[in-house]
Design a protein around this ligand. Structure first.
Ligand SMILES: Cc1cc2nc3c(=O)[nH]c(=O)nc-3n(C[C@H](O)[C@H](O)[C@H](O)COP(=O)(O)OP(=O)(O)OC[C@H]3O[C@@H](n4cnc5c(N)ncnc54)[C@H](O)[C@@H]3O)c2cc1C
Length: 300
């Protein structure tokens, strides 16, 4: 049954400080609404339980993208259009730019925010794998002050997070140190546009003297929340990708990935299919890393 809008209260503060005060006045009672692309669907379907909404859409404090010498700070209220049209994001964090460009259609990209994508906590969401491989940190704000947490530990379960009831995500901070890395992102869905992923894998890596010197891997739809694959990374670090050695690296990497993940079995796909395809994506990433030629010792 559709919701009756008259049963909902909406406040639209003019500043972040004001919004934080509203939330602090009754922690857990005021639900932030940013672009509303998740919440309006729930409202329309009569599934939006929160009755008090505080709009954080278009708050100037949440909208900027600022580069320093060492990092890029992206306001949580930036839309996917903001991200996919930003030169520094495209140059330094192409996977995030790519993910923003395939999140829903243009209307959705004009309205959906990065903060909303993160906090909504869907295991299939598009931006999290990119954020995870870039070692993103989240800036959390409340009327009590601000704190920084690594994004990798933010999701504690299916749609649960470390956010306190009076906190907002105010920004996403990405270190500017991966420009020389080989970077890979692939989303597998029922079609190439406007589809929720069945499985997605992001990977970045760099070779030194023919060995994997550093790599980071993250997946979507392979666990109850977006997952950074630390055990698989540890297994692959230091391995040689020279010539035919890559085949055994792919085999052991795929086994480690399968052991680390607990893929969803839902209306979009089966756990078996997801596990198999994730192994294929990992192989594609490792072959790309080998071919990238970012280290001369990589050639046999
Ligand atoms: C037609 C359609 C297609 C879509 N396609 C995709 C897709 O391809 N890929 C994909 O990943 N998603 C997709 N989505 C989902 C959605 O657009 C994204 O998750 C979007 O990023 C949500 O952002 P929002 O600002 O609209 O969130 P909202 O709906 O405003 O909020 C979502 C949740 O996040 C919370 N929240 C929002 N911002 C903050 C903040 N700064 N701090 C704390 N809590 C916050 C809200 O309280 C709420 O719980 C689609 C949605 C629709 C309707």
């Amino acid at each position: 049954m559709r919701s009756d809008a008259a049963e909902y209260e909406l406040l639209a503060p003019a500043s972040l400080a004001e919004a934080l005060n509203v939330i602090a006045s009754e922690p857990g009672q005021w639900m932030p609404i940013a672009g509303g692309t998740e919440l309006m669907v729930q409202l329309g379907a009569g599934r939006l339980r929160a009755r008090k909404l505080v709009s954080i859409w278009n708050l100037a404090e949440l909208r900027g993208i600022e580069a320093t010498a060492v990092s890029l700070r992206i306001g949580a209220g930036c839309t996917f259009t903001d991200l996919r049209t930003h030169a520094v994001v495209a140059e330094q964090f192409p996977l995030l730019s790519q993910a923003a460009g395939w999140t829903g259609g243009i209307a959705n990209q004009n309205r959906g925010t990065l903060g909303g994508n993160i906090v909504n906590g869907s295991p299939a969401a598009d931006s999290p794998p990119a954020l995870l491989v870039y070692d993103a940190e989240l800036e959390l704000a409340s009327a009590r002050g601000a704190r920084i947490v690594p994004y990798a530990g933010f999701h504690t379960g299916y749609k649960t997070t470390v956010l306190a009831p009076d906190e907002l995500v105010s920004a996403i901070v990405l270190p500017l140190r991966f420009a020389l890395y080989y970077q890979y992102l692939r989303k597998v869905g029922p079609r190439s546009a406007q589809a929720i992923s069945k499985v997605a894998l992001a990977g970045i890596g760099i070779m030194e003297n023919g060995l994997i010197a550093d790599l980071k891997i993250a997946v979507a739809s392979m666990a109850h929340a977006p997952l950074r694959c630390s055990a698989t990374e540890q297994m692959l670090l230091g391995r040689s990708l020279k010539g035919s050695q890559i085949e055994s690296v792919i085999a052991s990497g795929s086994a480690a990935l399968a052991a680390e993940c607990a893929p969803l079995d839902d209306i979009r796909s089966t756990a078996k299919y997801r596990s198999h395809v994730a192994g294929n994506l990992l192989a594609e990433f490792l072959r790309g890393l080998q071919a990238a030629g970012n280290d001369e010792g990589n050639q046999e």
